[in-house]
Ligand binder design. Sequence first.
Ligand code: F6R
Length: 262
Amino acid sequence: MAVSSYIETDRIILPLRETNGPDGIRICVLPTEAQTAIFAARSIINIPIHKPDATVTFATGNTMVQPYAELARLTATMGVRWSDIRMNHLDEYGGASANDPESFARYLRERVTVPLGIINAHFMNGTADNLEHEAARYESLLTPADLVILGIGPGGHIGFNEPQTPFDSRTHVVQLSEETVSRDTARGQTKRTHAITQGIGNITEAAQILLIAYGKQKAEYLRPVLYNDITPDCPASALRLPGVGPKVSLLLDCEAAAWLNL
Ligand code: F6R
């Protein structure tokens, strides 16, 4: 296990432990969710600073609320410009309109594009008449991203690539797993059975992949990702494919990394 190190930010010292995971994956562990979110924002902001015209794919979900809030704060404090960054959408619920409070389009508008000042933003249309055509339209807009920001969900899904999704999949329409539907309805959301998602092929071709996770439940999802076989049974295990692992950083709080025994 790697030694603890400290990174100094604007008046914040983050106690970071960094270690090498399997197949070249870098694992960064911070004590709390709040510190993990701050570290995530620090990592993401390097993109507009070093490559102002980069393409970034943004996940949504509970995990990203704090990192994106911190990213907005940091952007304002540091005066970072996102105006030439291209924003891609990772996934969207079928049937969710851009103004629906549960839609990922609205989430990204409120937490990412408006606060960061991103103009070049490309949204999926969850209410398109034909979702298959919408997935194909979206796929035709994509080039490999400079950075993909991911969370992880039931069954080890990344984006909405549920178990058994082929590793070379491109943007497609997916039937959400029972586990994902139950999680979302337990959160009080509308029952939605379908979504559009960028495929595992889109995700793994990115130059850099950041996966953020906090809490004990995420530890359950992550363990097979790192220690079981690389198989479509566990979509996130694609992050260990040859040539992909060294591009991946996992940013975890202590609970999500419990099994790492740091
Ligand atoms: C959302 C997405 C999903 C979520 C995952 C975790 O855009 O791509 O893969 O990242 O379901 O969701 P939360 O963070 O809500 O636990």
